[in-house]
Design a binder for this molecule. Structure first.
Ligand code: C2E
Ligand code: MG
Ligand code: MG
Ligand code: MG
Length: 280
């Protein structure tokens, strides 16, 4: 937590530098290019069911900058997308997640855990994306249904038919799909109708005030009912308090992710904190 706060703080400083001295941006790109993959690190955040049992994790990339410390993906992913570097970054994160699932396959306590990986629309739109995923599955021998790809509504902004077709092919192989940040896009319901999904992920902006704000509560309750009605599992992100979890459970939410259950952590700490026998 401290490291994250420190990282954020340093970035704010860095960002103000960006405004003052534009060439810093070029430096950033250069630094970032050099950082793949040696300075990148995958953190894992727990996903739990109604009983509080661990069912899996979301993989969240971090950039550990040698001078600037931990840099949040919220800050470097947009630049990675802009520069096309999201392609090698995304593939590296996906490979790391698959290798982790491979390790867990032989671990009796962890062999059923899933990993969710965020996929930018640019990555997903790569012509050989399905092939890349297949190659990773063959390389690692993991059971495909343990890998969940998180797409956002923006993935459909370009060519809906092409995206849906690709999703179908990957689903045929056994992969799962979650629609991340649900409710924050432009045309959520239209996309929902067309995408072959397994899961809806309620954006944390709706969860934040769910216990205090009647409109947010009403939206969350309705979204959960909608997801269930479509036969999807529903997960809430950004759950920070027991009260939020309780209310979401009353609304019928299946899964939970947020600081209340655990922060994103390096793999060793994640395993230590989350999969001790009393949690597993
Ligand atoms: P996201 O996929 O919606 O991930 C959830 C974000 O919420 C994460 O931020 C997580 O650390 C944060 N979070 C989790 N629980 C709580 C909570 O209880 N309270 C609050 N306030 N925040 C919480 P993070 O790790 O900074 O990632 C930000 C975004 O960067 C992600 O949002 C995702 O869109 C993107 N991202 C992260 N890793 C990758 C990656 O490997 N590939 C791609 N394409 N995008 C990534
Ligand atoms: Mg996500
Ligand atoms: Mg999200
Ligand atoms: Mg989000």
């Amino acid at each position: 937590a401290e490291a994250k706060r420190r990282g954020k703080h340093q970035w704010v400083k860095f960002e103000s530098c960006l405004l003052e001295r534009l060439y810093e941006r070029e430096q950033f790109k250069e630094d970032f290019f050099a950082a793949i993959p040696s300075q990148l690190c995958v953190y894992y955040q727990a996903q739990v069911n109604q009983q509080g049992e661990l069912v899996g994790a979301e993989a969240l990339v971090r950039w550990i900058h040698p001078q600037r410390g931990l840099i949040s993906p919220a800050l470097f992913i947009p630049l990675a997308e802009e520069t096309g570097m999201i392609i090698p970054v995304g593939l590296w994160v996906l490979r790391t997640a698959c290798l982790q699932l491979q390790k867990w396959e032989t671990d009796p306590v962890r062999q059923n855990l899933t990993i969710a990986v965020n996929v930018s629309s640019q990555e997903f739109n790569e012509v050989d994306y399905v092939k890349q995923v297949e190659t990773l599955l063959i390389e690692t021998g993991i059971r495909p249904y343990k890998l969940k790809l998180e797409l956002t509504e923006s993935a459909l902004a370009s060519d809906v038919d092409a995206v849906v077709e690709k999703m179908r092919r990957l689903k045929d192989i056994g992969l799962r799909f979650s629609l991340d940040d649900f409710g924050t896009g432009f045309s959520s319901l239209n996309y929902l109708r067309r995408m072959p999904l397994n899961q809806l992920k309620i954006d944390q902006s709706f969860v934040r005030e769910v216990t205090d704000n009647a409109s947010d509560a009403s939206i969350v309750k309705t979204v959960i009912a909608l997801g269930k009605g479509l036969g999807l599992s529903v997960i809430a992100e950004g759950v920070e308090t027991a009260e939020q979890k309780q209310l979401l459970a009353e609304f019928g939410c299946d899964l939970y992710q947020g600081y209340f259950f655990g922060r994103p952590q390096p793999i060793d700490e994640f395993e230590e904190a989350m999969t001790k026998p009393e949690h597993a």
